[in-house]
Design a protein around this ligand. Structure first.
Ligand code: ZN
Ligand code: MN
Length: 434
């Protein structure tokens, strides 16, 4: 785009997979359950009911915040965010306003403004009953813990937004704090978009909402950028509002004019005491963070000599990465190259029916063994390599063990790469030591 720079920021809601809801003992596993079977006076917002805080949800939020480089507020609190909607029984949402659990992170070069914890709302179900259009409310989701991450407006194109979000989804999964499934609504995306003529932050932003796949988000952002560009080029002003995306027409459409933050009348939640976190507690949570996908894929490249795209595919599911490493360990005894294992896993499309790692290793040995040069051929290749490289042999005798690698390479060259590495090595050492 010549005239404008797109300025994009994100708000991401992730439902936490805690056992119980945020402020009561009801199960938070609500997906596909019979409506209004997982409710109590607290999550229904009945008068006089007193909420109490789920510690697991707090820990999960902090774990996530630390994983994306945030600092943790040692003093944090909850606030009431007021608005009226039928799926919000109390008339306010318990959220966090000025003291979120996590702030000021940097992840993948993007600044993270904050990560806070809040309660989810109930769900409206629109149905026609006896010929009458009706709206029903299911409160099973009401007060399920919901983590909200807000980024700074650091993105300038749709593709980097999607790459970033895929990484965020993977982090949530690696941390085992959420399944982060968009089809189930466990991960919900919102993008704020504006166009800047001079690189500075414009005075308006349009919020794209209710988008439930990465693919549609990318399309929606691009459609919105196009719409705004057209308006600006025609000299028009852009209204600050919330827009949805029409997947069929591939355009965004207006949903509502955006409220200002002060319309929510935030004030401290009096029923939940502030949360104080000691350094020891934060350190303890930090220690529980496993190796994350980005580090893992870097390690796969360094440690196993995998191409970057292989490593990326392997870490895109934690189980797959674990499987690969298990197979590498087993394959080591058979002198199987890790890349061979990765290749088998990725290119042979064994994914759906991957056998136990040990069986995969046996299979690869079987497949490759057939192609190995027969032992006599290896022997004669090794013999001639030793004859042709007298200097290397003398070096070996003088204690320079590293020449073995060079001699192996020469032997493989003669064998056109068909020597079984462990056999070639054995043969070489045997003859060298004579
Ligand atoms: Zn409840
Ligand atoms: Mn929110």
């Amino acid at each position: 785009m010549k005239n404008f720079t797109p300025i994009i920021g994100l708000e991401v809601h992730i439902e936490l997979a805690t056992k119980s809801k945020l402020f009561c003992g009801c199960s938070s596993d609500h997906f596909g359950k019979i409506p209004n079977t997982q409710v109590c006076p607290i999550c229904m917002g009945l008068p006089g009911a007193l909420p109490y805080l789920n510690a697991e949800a707090v820990d999960s939020t902090i774990k996530f915040g630390l994983a994306i480089g945030c600092s943790i507020n040692s003093f944090s609190k909850f606030d009431r965010k007021h608005y009226f909607y039928p799926d919000l029984p109390k008339g306010y949402q318990i959220s966090q306003y000025d003291l979120p659990f996590c702030k000021d992170g940097v992840f993948e070069g993007i600044n993270i403004r904050r990560v806070h914890l809040e309660e989810d709302t109930g769900k409206l179900v629109h149905e026609t009953i006896d010929g009458i259009k009706s709206s029903l409310i299911d409160f099973n989701r009401s007060s399920v813990p919901l983590m909200e991450m807000v980024t700074e407006p650091d993105f300038h194109d749709a593709e980097s937004v999607v790459n970033f979000l895929k990484e965020i989804q993977l982090v949530a999964r690696y941390l085992c704090i959420s399944n982060a499934d968009m089809e189930k609504g466990s991960m919900r995306l919102e993008a704020n978009i504006s166009l800047s003529p001079d690189g500075k932050l414009p005075s308006y932003k349009v919020e794209l909402k209710n988008i439930n796949s990465f693919r549609f988000l990318e399309k929606a952002i691009n459609a919105e950028i196009k719409r705004q560009e057209k308006l600006l080029l025609a000299g028009e002003k852009i209204v600050q509002e919330t827009r949805g995306y029409d997947e069929v027409k591939q355009v965004t459409y207006s949903q509502r004019i955006k409220e200002e933050a002060n319309d929510y009348r935030y004030f401290p939640e009096p029923d939940i005491p502030p949360v104080r976190l000691t350094d020891e507690k934060i350190l303890e949570i930090k220690k529980s963070i496993p190796e994350l996908p980005l580090e893992k894929s870097k390690r796969f490249v360094l440690e196993y000599g995998l191409p970057k795209d292989f490593a990326k595919i392997l870490v895109s599911e934690k189980n797959r990465a674990d499987y690969f490493e298990e197979a590498v360990k087993l394959g080591r005894e058979e002198s199987l190259n890790p890349k061979m294992i990765a290749d088998m896993m990725i290119n042979k499309k064994l994914d759906d029916t991957l056998p136990e790692p040990a069986a995969l290793v046996r299979k690869i040995v079987e497949v490759t063994k057939v192609n190995y040069a027969p032992i006599e051929e290896v022997e004669s290749a090794v013999r001639s390599v030793l004859m042709e490289n007298e200097k290397a042999v003398i070096d070996y005798e003088n204690g320079k063990g590293e020449v073995v690698g060079f001699l192996m390479g020469m032997a493989q060259k003669k064998l056109k790469g068909k020597g079984n590495p462990s056999v070639v090595r054995d043969q070489l050492l045997e003859k060298l030591q004579k």
